[in-house]
Write a protein that binds this ligand. Structure first.
Ligand code: KIV
Ligand code: ZN
Length: 511
């Protein structure tokens, strides 16, 4: 029985390291929504943000802490006094608060980034952990760039952190440089070398620059780590972090080789993945392990034949184990409000009456436009509705003239802070015309970095899933939208990105 296996703590940093991905900014409400789902799924530690980074980050961490019930809520802090005080204040109201403080320990970081010598770094470790311990009982300390740090110095800093009261020691592979056997050996060597290593929980934090983040994290677990830091969809700096869904399912599917368990309700994984993708605007790679659209699709005749005879021929886990519903074909235009509400509940959405009415109206419009409405369609419309709440610029109407006889033109009406504005533009194709019309009605200097179209389901009447990335002087924002009309989805995705870009700018200016 897997219930008797030792439990690995899952530490999710989607809201902190994940949000550091270029373009992956999240609003206050989106962060609360994600934190709520993570807690519901049984995530042990939620790193809710970096409170000293901005007032917005501080408020999000404080509110997540206030609303938390069972999860440990963690705020990140550099080793400065002000950062640690800010993190302590933000997590204060959590049922189980944690401060996570860190400093770089590798020669290259100490010399070029910190401009500090080893003795000063060592002194900062003791001081920062001591200050954090005066604020909360649960303190995590990280040696940033640990995997490129000299082993003896790494031991000294970890010793200092434990002596000052750290309860968790995190060993980040900050630049994703390690190979699994090397990372596992490092964790083992540290545990063997540090006298009080049994008094703390050892943690992994692996970046994915070489595509080895999950393998490294699991190697860490095999060698004594009991906490894994990870993110939904592997979001994070550069190539991202270890993907939570992959780490969790690797343990669940193979307890014979990795005899540990997690407390995660894996049926929430698909929904969490969709939610993070919707909020950040980052599409999920089709062949992404566990949560990709093709993760459970069988295309070749030989595979399909095998699956029909026995699903175990080609399936090592069941789609429903990760929350992919079996009865995917759902509803049509005759489905009523009750069935709609029940279906949303089965997909994990409890909407208030106004939001439910709005979602039902959108569902009816979609069911008019498309014969069959699938679960993924419903998730797309509800998620989109939730992420559009509170946006300054809203699309009201779009009319396009396109075809062989050009020029292609778009006329648009948007609402900005409640007031209606209209514009018209022609362009090199209808998408160009739509984007030019948006620029005319809401002038801005963001440059279009990416425009991408997929479909939510199959069929020519499928909803288009459009992503747009805007770059405003180094600040990136990704918008995403769905509609049976690709041009409407394109306009909405663009406006969504623009709303995010402006919100991000305001946040940066306030900081
Ligand atoms: O990658 C890293 O080193 C980090 C630390 C702040 C833990 O994110
Ligand atoms: Zn990191």
């Amino acid at each position: 029985m897997t219930d008797t296996l030792p439990q690995i703590r899952i530490f999710d940093t989607t809201l902190r390291d994940g949000e550091q991905s270029p373009g992956a900014s999240m609003t206050h409400r989106e962060k609360l929504e994600i934190a709520g789902l993570l807690e519901e799924m049984g995530v042990d530690v939620i790193e809710a943000g970096f409170p000293a980074a901005s007032q917005g980050d501080f408020e999000a961490v404080s509110e997540i802490a206030r609303q938390s019930k069972s999860a440990i809520i963690c705020g990140l802090a550099r080793s400065s006094e002000s950062d640690i005080a800010r993190a302590g204040a933000a997590v204060r109201l959590a049922a189980r608060p944690r401060i996570h403080t860190f400093i770089s320990t590798s020669p290259v970081h100490m010399k070029h980034k910190l401009k500090m010598g080893p003795n000063a770094v060592l002194e900062a470790v003791g001081r920062s952990v001591g200050q954090a311990r005066n604020l909360v009982d649960d303190v995590e300390w990280s040696a940033e760039d640990a995997t490129r740090t000299e082993f003896d110095f790494l031991c000294k800093t970890i010793d200092a952190a434990i002596t000052a009261g750290a309860t968790t020691i995190n060993v980040p592979d900050t630049v994703g440089y390690s190979h699994p056997q090397e990372y596992g050996a490092l964790i083992r060597a540290l545990i063997e070398a540090i006298p009080d290593s049994d008094k703390v929980t050892w943690s992994t934090h692996c970046h994915n620059d070489l595509g080895l983040a999950v393998a490294n994290s699991l190697a860490g677990v095999s060698n004594g780590a009991r906490q894994v830091e990870c993110t939904i969809n592997g979001l994070g700096e550069r190539a991202g972090n270890a993907a939570l869904e992959e780490v969790v399912m690797a343990m669940r599917v193979r307890p014979d080789t990795l005899a540990y368990r997690t407390g995660i309700d894996t049926t929430g994984l698909h929904r969490a993945s969709q939610m993070v993708s919707r909020v950040t605007g980052f599409p999920i790679q089709f062949n992404k392990a566990i949560v990709g659209k093709n993760a459970f699709a069988h295309e070749s005749g030989i595979h399909q034949d095998g699956m029909l005879k026995n699903t175990q021929t080609y399936e090592i886990m069941r789609p429903e184990d990760v929350g992919v519903s079996d009865s995917n074909l759902v509803m049509g235009k005759h489905s009523g409000r009750h069935a709609f509400r029940d279906k949303l509940a089965s997909l994990g959405y409890e909407l208030d009456p106004d939001a439910l009415n709005d979602a039902f109206r959108r569902f009816k419009a979609l069911a008019d436009a498309k014969k069959q409405v699938f679960d993924d369609d419903l998730v797309a419309i509800v998620d989109e509705q939730l992420s559009a709440e509170g946006e300054r610029i809203l699309l009201k109407r779009l009319h396009i003239v396109a075809g062989t006889d050009g020029p292609q033109t778009a006329s648009i009406e948007v609402e900005i802070d409640g007031a209606s504005h209209t514009a018209e533009a022609s362009g090199n194709g209808p998408v160009d015309a739509v984007f030019k019309a948006i620029r005319a009605v809401a002038p801005h200097d963001g440059k279009l970095d990416l425009y991408q179209v997929h479909t939510v389901t199959g069929g020519t009447d499928a909803q288009a899933d459009v992503s747009v990335r805007l770059n405003g002087e180094g600040i990136m924002a990704v918008g995403r939208s769905h509609d049976v009309d690709t041009l409407v989805a394109s306009a909405q995705a663009y406006i969504h990105a623009l709303n995010k870009l402006e919100a991000r700018r305001r946040k940066r200016m306030a900081a």
